[in-house]
Design a protein around this ligand. Structure first.
Ligand SMILES: NC(=O)c1ccc[n+]([C@@H]2O[C@H](COP(=O)([O-])OP(=O)(O)OC[C@H]3O[C@@H](n4cnc5c(N)ncnc54)[C@H](OP(=O)(O)O)[C@@H]3O)[C@@H](O)[C@H]2O)c1
Length: 342
């Protein structure tokens, strides 16, 4: 086994200790010291550097059947992470390699090397493999180009537009020839970022007034594509503004992740018939085949400065739950990342 860093006996890891009903509270989680296991045959030991906190993790805290199994109580939670290999018993992996893997929410992880992907800090900053060049980026790319079948000249509306997925959806739409791109976000500062830095044609703060009226004003000729990150009132407004044969990618419904009652909206679903709309749900995991094309095209746009991105970085594993709760409240601009140390 090759291991230049001395192996720690224990490391800190976040456990879910009770299932939240409604908004999660800090008391639903515990940061515990757990043993660090030496890697066996085919395994690597990784010291995590960056952890991802994502909205889908809220769903994993509920004990319901879904496309990803619920977190188990009193066990370390999982999630995207970037780390450095500190010991390896796996061919092709050596100490010092950087890897992307799914055993986040902890300082050290022992895992089968086949579940890790090597990433290069020379090619792109490590955090981007969790954001603009990672899962949220691919979600935006696939959701817009494949699921919504974006065409040149389409008018596009995206909610959650200052977040990791949404900010990329709007910019990719412009780069691919959308005639007009409109975004909504939860603060005036985020709204300014959309029009002044990301090149959106119009943007509004959904907290400042009814979404339907603000969308109609921003898109007087209607929209052809809606990329939904929010659900509820946003989806209802989009259905009203969608033109005949419009398409909507239903990517997320963050407005209801902490709701204890189902939302009343959309109340206008019958409009789907007359307008012949296509509303299609998506899961990024179905679009992994697009990864090489996505990586090449998006990294090119980043290098040329045509696509911009922001990250909100919270320091310290002890602050990971605060970062996650902050994400649900809109404290992030762009991808929310927890950085441990380099
Ligand atoms: N289907 C898939 O495969 C897939 C994959 C990745 C992500 N997603 C979904 O895509 C969406 C965005 O994910 P992300 O990772 O890019 O997160 P994000 O947008 O970076 O962060 C979440 C944002 O949601 C907004 N938000 C919170 N509560 C809201 C509410 N009640 N109404 C409107 N906006 C609200 C906040 O921004 P404001 O300040 O603007 O409120 C917050 O910053 C989520 O719904 C997520 O579940 C789906």
């Amino acid at each position: 086994m090759s291991s230049p860093e001395s192996l720690p006996a224990t490391g800190r890891e976040w456990h879910l200790i009770s299932r939240p009903r409604g908004w999660p509270a800090p008391g639903d989680f515990a940061l515990r010291e757990g043993p660090v296991r030496e890697p066996g045959e085919g395994e690597i030991l990784v010291r995590n550097i960056h952890l991802s906190v994502d909205p889908y993790m809220r769903g994993r805290m509920n004990d319901v059947k879904s496309y990803v199994p619920p977190f188990k109580l009193d066990e370390p939670m999982t999630g995207g992470a970037i780390g450095i290999v500190t010991a390896s018993q796996a061919e092709g992996f050596a100490p010092g390699d950087h890897v992307l893997h799914d055993l986040g929410w902890r300082e050290h992880a022992t895992l089968r090397a086949r579940y890790a992907t090597k990433v290069s800090p020379e090619l792109a900053p490590l955090t981007t493999y969790l954001g603009v060049l990672g899962m949220p980026g691919l979600t935006a790319y696939a959701g817009l180009l494949e699921v919504a079948s974006l065409k040149k000249g389409d008018a596009v509306f995206v909610s959650g537009a200052a977040g990791a997925v949404g900010s990329q959806v709007g910019q990719i739409a412009k780069l691919k020839g959308a005639s007009r791109v409109i975004g909504s976000a939860g603060s005036d500062e985020k709204v300014r970022l959309l029009t002044e830095e990301y090149g959106f044609d119009a943007a509004f703060n959904y907290k400042s007034g009814p979404v339907a009226a603000q969308l109609k004003e921003a898109a007087p000729s209607g929209i052809d594509v809606y990329f939904d990150n929010v659900g509820g009132e946003h989806l209802e407004a989009a259905i009203s503004s969608l033109n005949v044969h419009g398409r909507a990618t239903i990517c997320g419904m963050i407005a209801q992740y902490n709701a204890t009652e189902p939302p009343a909206a959309p109340r206008n679903l019958a409009m789907v018939i007359g307008k012949r709309l296509r509303l299609q749900g998506m899961l990024v995991m179905d679009h992994q085949d697009l990864m090489p094309q996505f990586f090449e095209e998006v990294s090119g746009w980043i290098r040329s400065g045509e696509l911009k991105y922001r990250e909100t970085v919270v320091e310290g594993v002890e602050n990971a739950v605060d970062a996650f709760l902050g994400l649900l409240k809109g404290e992030n601009t762009g991808k929310m990342i927890v950085t441990l140390a380099d």
